[in-house]
Write a protein of this length. Structure first.
Length: 299
């Protein structure tokens, strides 16, 4: 027992492999931290100082002018509300549809399981393309409506596969016990399976929310009304409006001033758009590892 409880002594090759792993991991962490620190610090700096001296941690040279400009813009707040609404609604719709689709697919006695599985897999590799998709959305009269953002991408096959595998890892005895109590499939799904599946639900919700929050292309294609545009598209518009365009007729001083404003806003908008995700992630992190591992490998 004493020998078994002793810490195993690592050999030279083990230490070498472990050292290489730690070194690679350290480089990976630095590759994440350095750009993050740079963006946050640059968002507080005067663009003239940033361009001439680079990043400075002399707080006397820092300014909140960029954040003041961003937060005083009504378009920012409207876009923020739209993005939050789209991301929340999309998360609820997407997770609910995914869980409903994955539940029958997790049952080996489900009639047509193989056929539906092939259909789902095909959609992971082949799509109709942008123009046919736009024509379809237009014929459904969804263009310039919130449904053009919420409906088309609500079902994700990869998320369904994760949820299906998670269902299969749950002991079958739970279904047998609920069947003995007279529970129907719907009662079993909502009262037994959903509470048990909190880890995978948290993972799917996080992925859906982050994906929709960072999305702007669908809104760029389908939304013409500025009042419906999400935050990412609003920030893009602000940066484009404050960026000197090639061939524009303007004197050197006004062009330089616009370039300064664009540089000032660029880093602040990145921080403003990323802050909600940084705040939200710690609340989901405790479910993340469990949901990913159990949902990826059948237990």
């Amino acid at each position: 027992m004493k020998a078994a409880g002793r810490k195993r002594k690592l050999g030279m090759s083990d230490r070498l492999i472990l050292g290489v792993g730690y070194f690679a991991l350290g480089l990976f962490v630095l590759a994440i931290i350095i750009p993050l620190v740079y963006v946050v610090a640059a968002s507080f700096m005067d663009p003239n100082v940033l361009n001439s001296q680079g990043i400075s941690f002399d707080f006397k040279k820092w300014t909140l002018d960029a954040y003041r400009r961003v937060l005083e813009n009504e378009m920012i707040w409207r876009g923020f509300f739209n993005s939050f609404f789209y991301s929340t609604a999309f998360t609820v719709i997407s997770v609910f549809i995914t869980l409903l689709a994955a539940y029958p697919m997790s049952k080996k006695d489900f009639v047509g399981r193989g056929f539906f599985n092939v259909i789902f897999i095909i959609t992971m590799f082949f799509g109709g393309g942008l123009i046919p998709t736009f024509i379809l959305i237009n014929q459904l009269h969804l263009v310039n409506t919130i449904w053009a953002i919420l409906i088309p991408g609500a079902f994700n096959v990869w998320n369904m596969i994760l949820a299906r595998t998670y269902y299969q890892s749950i002991p079958k005895e739970l279904r047998e016990a609920s069947a003995l109590d007279g529970a129907s499939e719907l009662q079993h799904f909502f009262k037994i399976m959903i509470p048990v599946c909190k880890p995978i639900i948290a993972v799917l919700a996080l992925w859906s929310f982050v994906g929709m929050w960072n999305s702007y292309f669908d809104a760029l294609i389908y939304l013409n009304d500025a009042d419906l545009q999400p935050l990412q598209l609003v920030l893009r518009s602000i940066l484009v409006q404050n960026t000197p365009q090639p061939g524009m007729i303007a004197d050197i001083q006004s062009t330089a001033e616009m370039a300064k404003v664009a540089e000032l806003l660029k880093y602040a908008t990145i921080v403003v758009s990323s802050l909600p995700l940084l705040i939200m992630y710690p609340f989901f992190q405790k479910y993340f590892d469990q949901g990913i591992m159990v949902g990826s490998v059948k237990g």
